[in-house]
Design a protein around this ligand. Structure first.
Ligand code: NI
Ligand code: MN
Length: 228
């Protein structure tokens, strides 16, 4: 059973049979983040891009758990100078792991480290774990590339930003769902800040009207869902 915990903002924690992967661990400076009291010991950290609200505490968590950080090569080179183990990939790369694999897709978004030294492009990921496929869109606008993601692999769970301002808003995220056709859609990247305040129920009701087989699920920070 693949268990997903929504830690908050864009941070999603995936567990399956002793494997654990966290994506975009923005925790310390996110007062709304809720971390599981037990078992938050990720061995792999995926970072979609270098913005503060995604890179977050990746370096500290990597050091504490002797975890590796997987991201695109420019950011990985930067993070290696901070004394963490990195796996540097790039768009199109499919990296095998004991639990399955991670494929790196582009996101239509930029990326700069908090100190401004590295400017690059943002990524999104498809994580295959326990036979399930989880797409994490990172920060992105709507792109027609999303059709390819659903064609490449049936997506069981799509984590999609809905907050607008810096990413897709609700209407574009609904269009993304119609392209990706995931089994479950989880809205992320909303209500953390005033500038991205939206009502996630608007997302779920618009998904229902699509008459796809996709089920939209809202999780509060700290809540979990299982992919059977
Ligand atoms: Ni960003
Ligand atoms: Mn962001």
């Amino acid at each position: 059973m693949v268990r997903i915990t929504y830690i908050g903002h864009s941070c999603v924690f995936i567990q399956n049979n002793g494997s654990s992967v966290v994506i975009d661990p923005f925790i310390e400076n996110n007062p709304q983040a809720v971390v599981p009291q037990k078992g938050f010991t990720p061995k792999l950290i995926l970072v979609t891009h270098a913005h503060r609200d995604h890179l977050g505490d990746a370096v500290q968590i990597a050091k504490k758990n002797k975890a590796k950080i997987l991201c695109t090569v420019d950011l990985a080179t930067y993070l290696a100078t901070k004394g963490v183990d990195t796996i540097a990939g790039n768009f199109g790369g499919k990296i095998p792991f004991e639990f399955g694999w991670v494929k790196i897709w582009p996101a239509m978004h930029n990326s700069a480290t908090p100190d401004g030294t590295v400017h690059s492009m943002a990524a999104s990921f498809v994580v295959s774990v326990g036979g399930k496929s989880i797409y994490h869109a990172g920060d992105t606008s709507l792109t027609s590339d999303m059709t390819l993601i659903g064609e490449d692999k049936q997506i069981d769970l799509a984590c999609l930003p809905i907050g607008g301002m810096f990413t897709m808003g609700i209407d574009d995220a609904v269009k993304a769902v119609s392209m990706i056709k995931p089994r479950v859609a989880l809205p992320i990247h909303y209500n953390t800040f005033d500038s991205i305040k939206v009502d996630p129920n608007e997302f779920t009701s618009k998904i229902e009207k699509l008459e796809l087989r996709t089920k939209a699920v809202i999780l509060k920070p700290g809540e979990q869902l299982e992919l059977p």
